[in-house]
Write a protein that binds this ligand. Sequence first.
Ligand SMILES: NC(=O)c1ccc[n+]([C@@H]2O[C@H](COP(=O)([O-])OP(=O)(O)OC[C@H]3O[C@@H](n4cnc5c(N)ncnc54)[C@H](O)[C@@H]3O)[C@@H](O)[C@H]2O)c1
Ligand SMILES: C[C@@H](O)[C@H](N)C(=O)O
Length: 341
Amino acid sequence: MKSTALVDAGTFEVESRERPQPEASEVLVDVSDVGICGSDLHWYDHGRMDDRIVEDPLVLGHESAGRVIEVGRDVDRVAVGDEVAIEPGVPCGRCQYCRSGRYNLCQDVAFMATPGTDGAFREYVAWPADFVYRLPSSISTREGALCEPISVGIQAVRRAEIDVGDTVLVMGAGPIGTLAMDVAKAAGAANLVVVDIVPSKLDRAAERGATLTIDARETDVAKAVRDEFGAGVDVAIEATGASPAIEVTLDAPRPDGTVVLIGLAPDETVPMDTFELVRRQIDVRGSYRFANTYPTAISLLTAGEVDATGIMDFEMSFDRIGDAFERAKEPDVIKGMISMD
Ligand SMILES: NC(=O)c1ccc[n+]([C@@H]2O[C@H](COP(=O)([O-])OP(=O)(O)OC[C@H]3O[C@@H](n4cnc5c(N)ncnc54)[C@H](O)[C@@H]3O)[C@@H](O)[C@H]2O)c1
Ligand SMILES: C[C@@H](O)[C@H](N)C(=O)O
């Protein structure tokens, strides 16, 4: 089968590999669509992330979907011919986090497109059947591939415990912030404030339902929020990973409000006014990956509550993966897709 691996920062190599054989509990998926995630771009640009280094060729891509073409002998939850979304992280199933349903915190997880676990930029993936989800006929595999970033949004909204009628600020209108906004709306948020520094992304957020958009380069966000909503927002979700944006997000909630941090700022130390956080009794929560979210993502797509297609800016074929990665880095792009067929 054809596969594309990152061999060094900025260098992909097309490889011919053995087509994988599914084990008894696995399925073989003919991959049809893969989204390009910011972390794929990070691996591509730097060949490393925090203390993890790409030493052996690594297949990127962890937002994927396709068609089941073979099933292992113990598999009965999906069948040959089913279109499925692939959940990219397979946890150990034995640790305290797995056993309590918080498998996103498993320390022994095999997560696609991180050193040691190949991702989906290859023709076929053999994957545990428990981590593939059948897509209804109304959902395309292109949309299904985006169950992954939708799941990041669902996890954050669950962590935020959003209530009906809440005012929610989302910092960052990239794929994660935009999809988190959709999920927050589906969870009952009445006012959705979206902040970014790219005007076209703010326009798109307004088109899909943001009630207020703020350009952080021109406006004092905390003041704008207080002018509009008095004491501040109920919930602020950080989805940029940029230090100045994280600082502003921490300042956005009303007393007793909540901040959920999704954005990763791996090389930065972010100043935090702990006195103010304590005085205003703010809950600051991290949100890491996701657990038990794929069925919800599929339901939200089916109900039309999340618009995955609306964030897709372009689709390129597998043989143009290098061009696609370069295009995906442009600031106006929210999501680039690779069509594997
Ligand atoms: N916690 C997790 O499980 C998890 C999962 C996926 C992604 N992430 C992280 O979430 C963050 C967002 O992911 P993404 O793929 O949407 O990233 P992205 O880079 O595509 O989007 C980030 C957005 O933030 C905007 N931005 C940058 N600086 C800003 C500032 N100072 N003020 C306002 N907006 C600003 C950018 O213009 C962009 O639209 C990243 O840090 C990513 O690593 C975390
Ligand atoms: C969760 C996933 O989207 C993220 N990029 C990660 O690697 O953790």
